[in-house]
Design a protein around this ligand. Structure first.
Ligand code: HEC
Ligand code: HEC
Ligand code: HEC
Ligand code: HEC
Ligand code: HEC
Length: 456
């Protein structure tokens, strides 16, 4: 057995030397195979599909899929950070072109790179369009990652459903691939030039409880919504899949993702005594970790506050657990994201605040580190990942807050409230890069309160 492993390692080493696989273990072939392979005219616009698939088209225009190239933060990060970075470091050109392999596949396969800005209204604005998905035959990598979809333009579209009526616009071939999570994993898993998994939503799903139960991405993000007329000319189906693709940008999807309960260890206490509050956070809604996807941008944090009978408020810092890397999970006064200075051509840039929230709060996140070990939001510049302190599917995390009651606390009821907040993009970064406010707006995931009696 040992010798066998040695042999495998030797062979792998040889392949690396020969340049067949990169030292990060990543096969690059599929990533280059699509670039410039087709032209724009090989693909049809979503609007055209929408003339017959009216409802699905309307759903898609409201989902991030239709804005993957045009959304403000995507435009800012792609042009001001990623493209600018590749101008300073030419070896980044390949990976930065690769952003488009997921965000605007038509442009990647048939346009100039970088594509025209969204304001120029080119075909790049189609983003993740109908034809991007419905011309896909399979995944070219296992596990799928980095736009590993095998795609073939033409009048043949693929789907799970066998049509009742024949469409005048296309042929349909049924394919079970559309039932799999690998279909989504083609774009929802990503490995960067350092060989780091900077996005692993499908992999998280696979190792979590929902894969065992056969609850797939489609079941939560494309729910069955019949009876629904998926095209003109045909009949409504009871099990039609809605193209909602609602995720972190939908406050309703995020709301209630984590359930909170807070309880004290005693119900009556005197000033000067210690009271311990415990908060249980149960992830009852996501099929992957929370947060997932653009983990480098996202934070969820727990704020606990006590209010005495006279209305005086006390902010309770979380008790430390003592695990490695814990400093990244408790908010404080730290500067980070200094690597943005390189693409922005600001030498000596000292960074911005790491968290931008009240100090001492528990943060559920996984930090991304640049080659110099500083926190980064530039996923392509991530050389290592820190402690993963996100909340897994159906996982419960428990946090403790020891409150030494001040001597001047008012007697009577002390109300203690725990709130879990969520932000798509840490605010100091959003403000610094002038990203419109909706991307750093605070969304409340959930809250719960308890009370104790303060004796005079
Ligand atoms: C991100 C990939 C993706 C995009 C973008 C997408 N689809 Fe789909 N579509 C799917 C998948 C996956 C299914 C099959 C789900 C299943 O049945 O399990 C599907 C199913 C369908 C169906 C059958 C629905 C039913 O169950 O009755 C139609 C029709 C359809 N898509 C049309 C469109 C049109 C039109 C657009 C653009 C407006 C579009 N799709 C965009 C992935 C996509
Ligand atoms: C002229 C109208 C028309 C146009 C344009 C059109 N479709 Fe369709 N499409 C239909 C009809 C009709 C069906 C069959 C629906 C049925 O009976 O289930 C269908 C079926 C489908 C299905 C299989 C789901 C099913 O219910 O059978 C998919 C996927 C699909 N179309 C995708 C697309 C895409 C992608 C485009 C744009 C590139 C497009 N369609 C453009 C009319 C159209
Ligand atoms: C059991 C239901 C469920 C399943 C299964 C599921 N999701 Fe989700 N997903 C959610 C919920 C709820 C949210 C909103 C909370 C959040 O942002 O994580 C979400 C959010 C997301 C987001 C945005 C996350 C972020 O933090 O930016 C993406 C992307 C996503 N899901 C993709 C997927 C993919 C791909 C799969 C399959 C591999 C999948 N989901 C499976 C429930 C599910
Ligand atoms: C061709 C690549 C591609 C495929 C295939 C794909 N996605 Fe996505 N998806 C994206 C991109 C890119 C975004 C990010 C849009 C943005 O810029 O915010 C996204 C966004 C999402 C979001 C919204 C997240 C949010 O922050 O609100 C959900 C949910 C999601 N995808 C689910 C799925 C599911 C489920 C599947 C499989 C049925 C799938 N995706 C297949 C590329 C893809
Ligand atoms: C393997 C596919 C893939 C590649 C390659 C990729 N992305 Fe993404 N990107 C996604 C998906 C999927 C999401 C949505 C994840 C989520 O919602 O959490 C996303 C989200 C984002 C977001 C956050 C959008 C928001 O509103 O929160 C930005 C910005 C972004 N990507 C920029 C880039 C840049 C710049 C590159 C290249 C350096 C890149 N992406 C490469 C798939 C990809």
């Amino acid at each position: 057995m040992k010798n066998f492993r040695k042999l495998i390692l030797l062979c792998a080493g040889f392949l690396v030397m020969m340049g067949i696989i990169s030292s990060s273990g990543k096969a690059f072939q599929h990533e280059d195979s699509l670039k410039g392979k087709f032209s724009y005219k090989d693909f049809e616009s979503a609007k055209k599909c929408g003339s017959c698939h009216q409802g699905i088209y309307q759903q898609w225009t409201q989902a991030m899929m239709s804005q993957a190239y045009t959304h403000h933060w995507d435009e800012i990060e792609y042009f001001d950070l990623a493209v600018a970075h590749s101008e300073v470091k030419p070896e980044l050109k390949g990976p930065v072109d690769g952003c488009n392999g997921c965000h605007t596949p038509f442009a990647f396969m048939g346009g100039t790179l970088p594509p025209p800005r969204p304001s120029e209204k080119s075909m790049a604005n189609e983003s993740v369009s109908c034809d991007v998905c419905h011309l896909v035959k399979s995944a070219q990598a296992d596990p799928p990652f980095n736009f590993s979809y095998l795609i073939e333009p033409g009048v043949t579209k693929f789907a799970v459903r066998k049509p009742t009526v024949e469409s005048p616009a296309h042929k349909i071939v049924t394919s079970d691939f559309y039932k799999t999570t690998e279909f989504c994993g083609n774009c929802h898993n990503e490995k960067n030039p350092f060989g780091i998994w900077v996005k692993s939503t499908q992999l998280e799903w696979k190792e979590g409880p929902y894969s065992k139960e056969g609850v797939r991405c489609q079941d939560c993000h494309m729910p069955k919504g019949g009876p629904y007329l998926n095209a003109i000319m045909t009949k409504p189906y009871d099990d039609s899949r809605l193209h909602l693709f609602h995720g972190a940008h939908d406050p309703g999807k995020v709301r209630g993702t984590i359930e909170l309960r807070i309880e004290p260890d005693i119900r009556e206490a005197e000033p000067g005594e210690n009271v311990i509050f415990k908060v249980a956070l149960f992830n009852q809604k996501t099929g992957h970790k929370f947060p997932t996807g653009s983990v480098e941008d996202r934070i969820a944090w727990l704020n606990v506050e006590a209010t005495d009978s006279k209305g005086k408020k006390y902010h309770l810092p979380v008790d430390k657990k003592g695990f490695e890397g814990e400093e990244y999970t408790i908010s404080g006064d730290y500067l980070a994201y200094q690597d943005m200075g390189v693409p922005l051509r600001q030498p000596g840039f000292t960074g911005v605040q790491r968290d931008g929230i009240p100090y001492g709060n528990r943060i559920f996140r996984m930090p991304y580190f640049d080659p110099e070990g500083r926190m980064t939001i530039m996923q392509w510049n991530t050389a290592s990942l820190g402690t993963d302190y996100r909340i897994g599917p159906r996982e419960t995390k428990v946090e403790k807050f020891t409150f030494k009651l001040p001597y001047d606390i008012a007697p009577g009821e002390l109300k203690v409230t725990a709130v879990l907040n969520y932000q798509l993009l840490v605010k100091p970064v959003a403000d610094f890069l002038k990203v419109p406010a909706d991307e750093s707006e605070i969304k409340i995931v959930n809250e719960h309160s308890t009370a104790i009696n303060i004796l005079p």
